[in-house]
Design a protein around this ligand. Structure first.
Ligand code: SF4
Ligand code: SF4
Ligand code: SF4
Length: 406
């Protein structure tokens, strides 16, 4: 039933040994594959066992699912784009996908635009409080924690703390806020992210509300998710018990605290910009755009930039062929194109070689658009994106007037 909640754990000894928080996710994926609910599992795996290099993997052998168990924080693989580009938008394969909230939201936005076949996906949402940039994290571990990054076997983000566990079992803890003020810690867009539980997935799995590390907290959001839990229990893959009031309250408090921390970062990031005049703000952004070298990285990486025939290609007369640096509006035109579907995944900023704060701009514009159109990208598969929503001239006039007044 939608809305049901469980504390769940795997019944498989090997999975219990290797996975974290009771291994329920790994067991659900294994069940889905073994019982032919899906043709494949798409999950994330450490490349060559190195936790600073993670990659999406498509698995068809149920015995291999265990290789994806455990949390990887230095990973923000572009799951939605991967499905669209390399798996034909799940047109021909049924796939169980582990996805963070921003992955799930990008999948939903692509599904609305007929780029992904949502019916063929089983979205196993993973709660998320942030991911880290691999090389910067290695530097942080060396400089701030004083240890060799290759000795780290686990990271954990809990409230305002980042904990690392070393091979010998030692734990080292640092204040996340302090690390982030120094430019370390989570990716910039993750600090501002308020969607920590993927409510748009079929189920969400996480640690908020668990009393020890032997179980996963699961919340169900769709009939498909509910059936998955029920059938996995019947087949003996997982066991569940109902969370008590303390567990529910703890989860609620942790969720609220995470949102408070995100809002604090939003205030920090935007207060300076708000204090300066409109003209100074324009100069700031034009100064940023002036650095663009037209590498097309932000276009290639954005999960919801999907036009085959991109408006910004030279032969479309909008930008001049061979002109580098390009017109100052090049990044702005791209952003305008994806504005009504941007899911704050931060991929564009991660790849920008000129370090233009693209996700800061998309977040700001997205927030304004959401206020005007009452539309939040990626949340509801049935909601029509604003730029496709039919409206009367009167409604359009109101929207334009409102936006000009801000
Ligand atoms: S943007 Fe949000 S959901 Fe995506 S990785 Fe960052 S914290 Fe997680
Ligand atoms: S514009 Fe940037 S933040 Fe928005 S969806 Fe695309 S890559 Fe993600
Ligand atoms: S990634 Fe940065 S430099 Fe490259 S086109 Fe986009 S804004 Fe310009």
């Amino acid at each position: 039933m939608k809305g049901e909640m469980h504390l769940a754990w795997s019944t498989d000894g090997e999975i219990l040994k290797r996975a974290e928080y009771g291994g329920a996710v790994t067991s659900l994926l294994k069940f889905a594959l073994e019982y032919k609910w899906v043709d494949a599992v798409l999950a994330v795996k450490a490349r060559n066992g190195k936790r600073y290099g993670c990659t999406p993997v498509l698995i068809t052998n149920p015995e291999k699912v265990i290789e994806t168990s455990g949390s990887l924080h230095c990973a923000s693989p572009n799951i939605a784009r991967y499905i669209k580009e390399y798996l034909d938008g799940a047109l021909y394969l049924k796939i169980a996908v582990t996805c963070k909230p921003c992955d799930a939201m990008a999948i939903i936005e692509l599904a609305k635009r007929n780029q992904i076949k949502l019916d063929n996906l089983l979205l196993i949402g993973i709660n998320c409080t942030g991911t880290l940039i691999p090389n910067r994290t290695k530097r942080m571990i060396k400089e701030e924690f004083g240890v060799d990054p290759d000795d780290v076997v686990r990271e954990d983000i809990e409230e305002d703390k980042l904990t690392i566990t070393l091979k010998d079992g030692t734990e080292k803890v640092k204040n996340l806020d302090e690390l982030e003020k120094k430019g370390y810690g989570r990716r910039e867009n993750c600090r501002r992210c308020e969607v920590n539980i993927p409510t748009m997935a079929d189920i969400s799995c996480g640690k908020w509300g668990v009393m020890d590390e032997k179980e996963t907290f699961i919340e169900v959001f769709s009939d498909k998710g509910s059936d998955l839990i029920e059938e996995s229990i019947k087949a003996g893959y997982i066991k569940v018990e109902q969370p008590d009031n303390i567990a529910l309250k703890t989860r609620k408090r942790k969720k609220e605290d995470a949102i408070k921390r995100a809002k604090k970062w939003q205030r920090r990031d935007f207060t300076t910009l708000k204090k300066i005049t409109l003209n100074e703000r324009l100069n700031y952004w034009f100064g940023q755009f002036n650095q663009c070298i037209k590498c097309f990285g932000c276009i290639d990486v954005c999960p919801i930039c999907y036009c085959e025939d991109c408006y910004l290609e030279a032969d479309r007369d909008l930008v001049t062929g061979g002109e580098v640096p390009p017109d100052v509006l090049f990044p702005m035109i791209r952003i305008a194109h994806v504005m009504d579907s941007c899911v704050n995944c931060g991929q564009c900023q991660d790849v920008c070689p000129m370090e233009i704060p693209l996700s800061q701009l998309t977040f700001m514009l997205n927030r304004e658009l959401a206020k005007i159109f009452k539309y939040k990208p990626g949340v509801d598969v049935n909601a029509i994106p604003p730029l496709r929503a039919p409206g009367t001239e009167e409604e359009l006039r109101t929207v334009v007037l409102n936006s000009l007044a801000r």
